[in-house]
Design a protein around this ligand. Sequence first.
Ligand code: DO4
Ligand code: MG
Length: 286
Amino acid sequence: MKLCRFTLATSPDTRIGLIADNQNVIDLTESGVLRMQELFERPDVANELLRLSRAGLAQYPLTGIRLRTPVEAQEVWAAGVTYLRSKEARMVESEFSATAYDRVYDAVRPEIFFKSLPEKVVSPGDPVGIRKDARWNVPEPELALVINASGKLVGFTIGNDMSSRDIEGENMLYLPQAKIYTGSCAVGPWVVVGPNEDDARQWSIHLEIGREGKTVFTGETRVDKIKRRFDELVEYLFRSQKFPNGAVLLTGAGIVPPDSFTLQANDTVRINISGIGTLDNPVAVV
Ligand code: DO4
Ligand code: MG
């Protein structure tokens, strides 16, 4: 089942929806569900969603609503160098930091870094950013884990960990500047509840970048190429840290465009994960 946040053309208020049949959104707000988080904290979320889907609530066509990011109050964090492709690309990008990337890929402790405050997360259809002081910018299409306040994996969504490779490559101490700036993190289009890690490991991730009506890059990878288990990543994130609102954890990038490629203003970034759906965003210079 897919849970979303959305607005109607008639009101700016964000509503909670359940997409039951890929065409219509059942408005859960009418039944008193004001935050997805309330549902994520319930032990019986799947049963509750089934009950709500049969409660005769108002429905709207998916084409008539505006999806908002499913990130409500969660901090967004990201794991890095979880795919071999990510390690290799970063070692080429920076002689200076190559040893660190090489080591962290095999180390016991994963790389996990802070990515975004919830209020800064970009919604589907809104622009993701490329920094005006960066020359080499890429999207990072990543499976995102939705985790409740108790550290339980409750769903999956799509994240874009926008990154400035020249800034990251110059010195790894610049990583926060390469990764955290206006528009650097998009999450959506909804949260898929029900599948477990083994299900998600069957999914593929596809990236398509468009420019002036043409496709300028496509790439594909499989979730199963992620080296670390999801419970290992979640355990490290929640180690010595509380998340009263839960957390969203991006699981790393396995698709890296060629080194000659950089994003430009007005490009379009389309990330599809089979089993979830598609996250589309245009690109703007910030
Ligand atoms: O340390 C660099 C960032 C790694 C990352 O974001 C990824 O592998 O996806
Ligand atoms: Mg990343």
